[in-house]
Design a protein around this ligand. Sequence first.
Ligand code: PEP
Ligand code: MN
Length: 459
Amino acid sequence: MDQETLENGLAGSASSAKNFPGLDDWRQLNIDQQPTWQEHPDYTNVINELNTVPPLVFAGEVDRLRKNLAEVAKGKAFFLQGGDCAETFEGATADKISARVKTLLQMAVVLTYGASMPVVKMGRMAGQFSKPRSSNTETRDGVTLPTFRGEMVNGFEFAEEARAHDPRRMVQGYHTSASTLNLVRAFTTGGFADLRLVNQWNRGFTSNPAHARYESLSGEIDRALKFMEACGADFDAMKTTELYVGHEGLLLDYERALTRIDSRTNQPYDTSGHFIWIGERTRGLDDAHVDFLSKVRNPIGVKLGPSTTADDALRLIDKLDPEREPGRLTFITRMGASKIRENLPALVEGVQASGAKVVWVTDPMHGNTISVPSGYKTRRFDDVVDEVKGFFEVHEALGSFPGGIHIEMTGDDVAECLGGSDPINEEAFADRYETLCDPRLNHRQSLEIAFLVAEYLSR
Ligand code: PEP
Ligand code: MN
């Protein structure tokens, strides 16, 4: 971190933003998908504690991300977001975090080469501990309990005690996010991110005969690196990188308590993560989530499902980006492979006509979830790829910039999504299906998506 950030961007650790105008307006509005824990004996203590803990991210970093995303909005950089559907406390181990960071870095190298552009890298990490659910309850063998809402709210185990909403879990979520971020910062600045090393890992991926079709691209990257080395390029600068973190800002108790006033600008920043998005189920225009996130300076994302109208998109822009500031607002479309070509054009055209410069990202996961007869929730790799292709086709036809991809992925060898060149089939689910929520692309499937997108971008 540079000195300027340390001196100026330390979002007022002393100022918890109490009574800051507008930051509590959401409390008067309709709010969906929240825990019922206000009566819990520890609720007030937890909120007081979170009001005073150090920020997880710094205002200066958040501002830098907004500038980087402004480059994406202008078509000069590409945005990569990836990570678990829901992180778990137990999963915050060095091995799992490093595998995920490694996979993201590998994808980013391929995309950088394919797009010939900088890639803004972000983990769905260090805060992705809560989930919106379609039902409040779950019934098994005649027993009905609250649904699992992510480990920051309750436990996964189907037992009364585990499923009770417990605000103390927010404190554990905060500390787990802090240790995750600590490791992410160490990995990205301590030599692990060296471009030459990352490319060697990719050579490992393409040496698998199943991935032979990607070998020429990884060979080209290899030669480009050797060429740069021969020319005396500054490899010290390529040993470190920047990896931002983002999560769905679902639990407004947590997001509000981690909001701080920046000492430089006197503006509020949600210091729980660099980037916060609003989910498809909580993006009501007059509801609490849109109101609260309209008041903080972080770059904001909004997930847009297949029923979104151009008018919805324009009104979200008016609320969340009234100044029309490139980099402030990212629309993450998640239409489903069968709908994107039909439903996306109207949104893009409407936004283009308004003159706003949003970042367009595709989430090819959430519109393509299916259940197989054995009961598992899964996604077909081919549907994921098809939605990504549809996203590129629509933007190409309309002359707008397809700014990035948002995927649910892991660095591990899990079996949760079907297909890929080294295919996963249903039989593997019994042993290697690990997710507590939605199915993720495994390490190889994630890299394959990156190679496919890079092929597309380099045409
Ligand atoms: C998610 O990103 O895990 C999610 C729930 O997405 P959406 O809001 O798009 O359904
Ligand atoms: Mn999900």
